[in-house]
Write a protein that binds this ligand. Structure first.
Ligand code: ADP
Ligand code: MG
Length: 448
């Protein structure tokens, strides 16, 4: 069956896509109308789940003549289907063991955020060493451990790695990871439901309590009060508290002095922007987990373009790899540059293409885009469409207005300005726009 599936998909999909995502998987067994497909690693699993589950199940149904459910799993160590080197392989099996044996407990921890996957460099060495020490003997050396540093530099990753690691050596430990927001919400819910006792029992019986983005406790008097007592209870009992924040305790405004002083009584370790070499190593590792081979030049190119935020660095890698594989291009710096700088080589697109892409991606009909509907989803998609039409065509504002069913040019101008402004602050929107641009470029290129 699987060979047939591979045959069919090999004909339907372009080579890189097929080789990267499909061919690395194997079918495990078919039982009760459920086909289990085994993927080499969690990244491939994720990608298949997101993009290829439909085509997989359609193809299988086409062959068998009846519908089957597709179930994806990750390969166990010994039948690992890809040619990873020993180190990756070991890290991977370790990671697997961790994530499986503590499956239930880890529900709040992201399985990717382990020490195995954390690249150590000069700007995070201290924080990493302290985290490792804490993971090995919580409650002993640095209590609390206060991790601070800018957005996207690995604080959440490190603190969760402590949780994973400790659970590995002590599977019965109570490790709680919680965002400050979640803590506040739990507290509010407890007050409302008259269940303060169980709230306190929950938080005060942790062996390791990880509280993320503690800077958000700023100004929340009642949360601060409650957290002060939680903290003291744990600390006196020799339990470990780990906090993460985008700035040191003294710089969190409207934080009670007694909390600030408690936050500072262990170790404050900071993570800073990594240097080029570390950024390259991070990309390298990420690519290995993605099961893609990248030329060094490409890694260097991406690493030198994204300097201040690792999340963006990783986002750029994924975007580049996905696009290259969809478009069937080769992995060269030039091709990558085209993907990552849509502004530089923005393909001129026909207005219909833009409408079509917007319609597809937002699942809103072209008719609705051209209508006068003010429904939020529709008008938002319309504004993005206007913005992209401004970017991808030479059309004047009134002409763009016409493309959208005869809107006034001031409406078009307002939309473009609004989106332009928003994207400066909203990273997600920024990424969405970049992806839409990629898609528009891609469709345009393949149409003519
Ligand atoms: P923060 O909490 O500081 O905003 P995160 O911990 O969420 O940042 O990290 C952002 C992304 O970058 C995550 O996907 C994380 O896995 C990755 N990352 C950060 N630092 C490293 C590192 N040193 N090695 C590997 N990946 C990293
Ligand atoms: Mg974080």
């Amino acid at each position: 069956l699987w060979n047939l599936v591979l045959d069919r998909l090999g004909q339907q999909l372009n080579r890189p896509t097929f080789e990267t995502w499909i061919k690395t998987a194997t079918a495990e067994d078919l039982k009760d109308n459920c086909l289990t497909i085994c993927t080499p690693n969690p990244f491939v699993l994720n990608h298949l789940q997101k993009h290829y589950i439909k085509i997989l199940s359609d193809t299988v149904e086409g062959i068998l003549g009846y519908p089957v459910e597709i179930h994806l799993t990750v390969a166990q160590g010994d039948n690992l289907a890809f040619g990873a080197d020993q180190e990756t392989f070991e890290a991977f099996t370790n990671y697997q063991q961790q994530s499986y044996s503590h499956h239930l407990k880890l529900t709040q921890l992201n399985p990717k955020y382990t020490f195995y996957r954390f690249v150590v460099g000069p700007t995070n060495r201290m924080a990493h060493a302290a985290s490792l020490a804490v993971a090995e003997s919580p409650g002993r050396d640095f209590n609390p451990l206060f991790l601070c540093g800018g957005v996207g530099l690995g604080k959440t990753h490190l603190m969760q790695a402590i949780g994973h690691y400790h659970l590995e050596i002590n599977p019965d430990a109570k490790v709680f990871y919680v965002s400050t927001e979640q803590f506040t919400n739990d507290l509010i819910a407890a007050i409302r439901n008259d269940s303060m006792q169980s709230f306190r029992e929950h938080y005060r019986t942790a062996d390791i309590l990880l509280v993320d983005d503690i800077q958000f406790i700023e100004g929340k008097e009642y949360t601060q009060e409650e957290f002060f007592h939680t903290f003291n209870t744990l600390h006196e009992a020799g339990k470990q508290v780990i906090l993460a924040s985008d700035r040191p305790p003294t710089q969190i405004p409207r934080l009670q002095a007694r909390l600030s002083s408690r936050f500072s009584m262990g170790l404050i370790a900071d993570v800073q922007v990594p240097d080029l070499e570390t950024r390259m190593a991070i990309l390298q590792k990420k690519a290995e987990y993605e099961n893609v081979r990248l030329p060094r030049t490409v890694i260097e190119y991406i690493a030198s373009r994204y300097t201040s935020n690792i999340r963006e660095l990783e986002g750029a890698l994924i975007r580049a790899v996905t696009y290259i594989s969809i478009a069937g291009l080769s992995m060269t710096v030039e091709n990558i540059a085209t993907v990552l700088n849509p502004a530089v080589e923005r393909v001129a697109a026909a207005p219909e293409v833009i409408l079509q892409v917007i319609s597809e991606v937002f699942q809103i009909s072209i008719e609705d885009l051209k209508s006068n509907s003010r429904r939020r989803e529709i008008s938002y998609a319309r504004q993005i469409g206007m913005y992209l039409m401004r970017q991808h065509t030479d059309l004047s504002l009134p002409r763009i207005g016409e493309e959208f069913g005869g809107k006034d040019h001031t409406t078009v101008m307002y939309s473009c300005e609004k989106i332009a402004k928003q994207q400066e602050q909203d990273r997600e929107l920024n990424q969405t726009l970049a992806q839409l641009s990629d898609r528009i470029n891609f469709v345009s290129k393949n149409q003519y």
